[in-house]
Design a protein around this ligand. Structure first.
Ligand code: GSH
Length: 222
């Protein structure tokens, strides 16, 4: 029996955040159950028992422990299986900087970047036109975000300090979504941000997962 089941969806940035964490930890003893969001499977009575807001991802351990919210799942798994992606608990300052970096990522980056992904990517699958005003507003916020990140990354190699952590993983799926929407220049036009992105993308586990996903999508004709 696998250690846990991860309920997710193909092409879900929040699911990919957890999958990247597992890939970085070299952890494969889990079952991935894919829900079809277009069919509304995340709102089924069965799934609503796992996630009170009817969303993915959710993980349920072999002994029934259930957890939702991608970042909480990533942190739980990294702690439980000792993935080297968290600051040492004994280093109170590093742990506080990690929390600070997580808040910045979640509130100042993921919120507007997620809006762009929804307007330009998800709506295409729903057959709906993007709200251009919402996109341009969110783009301004993301540009401003990376202006600040550019200054910070001149002093730190990674988003939470000197080491690659979960925080860097948290960015990857939504930045890839920005690339898919044609906004890669937000990253490439900033020297330190671009160098940080290369460091993240050149990690063997990240490369391996992205290559496998690309091959699977090509095989499925997506
Ligand atoms: N903050 C949540 C966001 C979860 C979320 O919005 N998931 C999306 C898929 S990426 C979803 O379930 N959408 C379907 C819906 O809201 O019905 C997390 O980090 O897990």
């Amino acid at each position: 029996m696998p250690a846990f089941t991860l309920y997710g969806s193909r092409g879900s940035t929040n699911t990919d955040r957890v999958r990247l964490t597992l890939a970085e930890g070299g952890f494969t003893d889990y079952e991935l159950v894919l829900l079809n969001l277009q069919k509304g499977e995340q709102k089924s009575a069965e799934h609503m028992k796992r996630h009170p807001w009817g969303k993915i991802p959710v993980m349920i351990s072999a002994d029934g422990f259930t957890l939702y919210e991608s970042r909480a799942i990533c942190k739980y798994l990294a702690t439980k299986y000792a993935f080297p992606l968290l600051p040492a608990n004994s280093n109170i300052e590093a742990a506080a900087q990690f929390d600070q970096a997580q808040c910045a990522e979640m509130l100042y980056f993921a919120e507007p970047a997620g809006r762009i992904g929804f307007e330009k990517f998800v709506k295409r699958f729903l057959g709906l036109p993007p709200d251009d005003a919402a996109v341009s507003d969110a783009l301004k916020s993301v540009e401003m975000y990376f202006d600040v990140a550019e200054r910070l990354l001149h002093h730190n190699d990674y988003m939470a300090g000197d080491d690659f952590t979960l925080i860097d993983i948290y960015y990857i799926p939504l930045i890839q979504r920005l690339f898919a929407c044609g906004y890669g220049d937000i990253i490439f036009s900033r020297e330190a941000v671009s160098a940080w992105w290369d460091r993240c993308m050149n990690r063997p586990a990240v490369q391996g997962m992205l290559a496998a996903d690309k091959a699977a999508a090509a095989a499925a004709g997506r």
